[in-house]
Ligand binder design. Structure first.
Ligand code: TRH
Length: 390
């Protein structure tokens, strides 16, 4: 079972490598979401990946078809890992990725000490200044079975001094932007066909403005629902499963609003999508509410206006993180104000999502996308990085 690494022939400029990627699911879906995107991107570039994860259950909807070149293993308990690594046929990969500082099993580390793979600690995404300072730093291992080895910090980010953002080589093909006579953007993605295939309670009509909702439990959610219900045009709110759906149910109940909305607002529940379909949702909507880490990046690639619900931290460290993000992408002041209220940094009325406002924010979303497209993507940077470290 462990012997055979299905190594593909080296047809690309960088050699095909064997990767061991370790992921612990802390909460929500971002840890696994980011790791899966990385695994699939590497496999698409002819690498072979073993993903070790302590809770792979979300892959049933995130990646129901799996991905050729990626094998998922449940993270074994220490004893089981010890047995595994004692198997003479078991080999450590060329690169080991410890995602988000998850500690690698000691038995695995012991094997690494013999085989000396490149050891990368993939960190969380932030726009804060420390990222550029810390990206690529060495962390000598001073104790334990891998004593004497070096771990390397790899920080995703929004500037050229960082490890960049995950962006698959073919993402742009699907998103290739052309301009029609009215200068509205079109993509190769067939939006009308995709929307009409959605399993919704009521078909979408062409005059409806589409807003997706993927969030935690923002205090301002009832205010948003009220604003949309009283808005100048009909809005369809497409609500993601899980916490967003529960938050909307609580908000409608608090407002004494029908669960399907009222006035200009119609609320529809979405199914759990695969990651690819989730991307399509972001491309299809006029405005996206996203959260955490991975959906933020995908909202940026969609080039549409969006609001980010940042992962809240007890020590309020997310406040600085949010401000750094707003600054690095020159967010318009009223969109910043929306973020401050949505994320609970301020109270007050949410800026109105009027047609004119969304138009301005759309230009910003498009500029942000273009600016980030000039950056080398994370996987390409990671491949260059490990080539220097092996
Ligand atoms: O789920 P999240 O809130 O994850 C968070 C963050 O990553 C945060 O930084 C981390 O500390 C915390 O988890 C533990 O949001 P995120 O990062 O956007 O991850 C959601 C993933 O789920 C993303 O890969 C997209 C995917 N997804 C689907 O594939 N289908 C769906 O229907 C939905 C709603 C999401």
């Amino acid at each position: 079972m462990w012997t055979i690494w299905d190594v593909k022939s080296d047809t690309h400029s960088s050699p095909s490598l064997r990767w061991d990627i370790f992921c612990r699911v802390i909460d929500n879906h971002g840890d696994l979401g980011v790791c899966w995107r990385l695994c699939a991107d590497l496999a698409q570039r002819d690498h072979t990946v073993r993903l070790w994860v302590d809770d792979a259950s979300a892959l049933a909807w995130m990646a129901p078809l799996g991905c050729a070149g990626v094998t998922v293993y449940s993270w074994p308990c220490d004893e089981a890992m010890q047995l595994l690594t004692q198997d003479k046929n078991f080999q450590v990969g060329d690169v080991v990725v410890e995602a988000f500082g998850c500690e690698l099993p000691e038995a695995f580390q012991a094997l690494m000490a013999q085989n000396k793979p490149a050891w990368v600690n993939l960190e969380y995404l932030s726009a804060e200044d420390y990222v550029a300072r810390s990206h690529g730093l060495a962390s000598p291992v001073m104790s334990g079975p891998a004593h004497g080895m070096t771990k390397w910090f790899f920080f995703p980010g929004f500037t050229t001094e960082t490890g960049g953002l995950l962006r698959e080589p073919d993402l742009l093909d699907a998103l290739t932007l052309t301009h029609n006579a009215h200068q509205t953007r079109q993509t190769k993605f067939d939006r009308p066909a995709w929307l009409s295939a959605l399993p919704l309670d009521k078909p979408i009509s062409t005059n409806e403005r589409l807003i997706s909702l993927f969030c935690y439990e923002p205090k301002a959610l009832p205010a948003l629902l009220q604003q949309l219900a009283q808005g100048e045009e009909p809005t369809r709110l497409l609500v993601a499963q899980g916490r967003p759906s529960a938050a909307v149910a609580a908000a409608t109940q608090a407002l004494n609003m029908p669960t399907s909305g009222t006035g200009q607002l119609h609320i529809s529940q979405l199914p759990y999508f695969s990651q690819a379909e989730f991307d399509h949702l972001l491309w299809a909507c006029d405005f996206n509410f996203v959260r955490g880490e991975d959906s933020l990046v995908r909202a940026l690639w969609a080039g549409k206006p969006f609001v980010w619900h940042i992962y809240p931290q007890d020590d309020l460290a997310h406040h600085d993180k949010l401000h750094a993000f707003e600054a690095v992408l020159d967010m318009p002041a009223d969109l910043s104000q929306f973020h401050a209220i949505w994320n609970g940094l301020k109270t007050g009325p949410l800026p109105a999502l009027s047609r004119a406002t969304l138009g301005r924010w759309r230009s910003w979303g498009s500029q942000a996308q273009q600016r980030l497209l000039a950056q080398t993507d994370l996987t390409t940077q990671l491949l260059r990085f490990v080539a220097q470290k092996r």
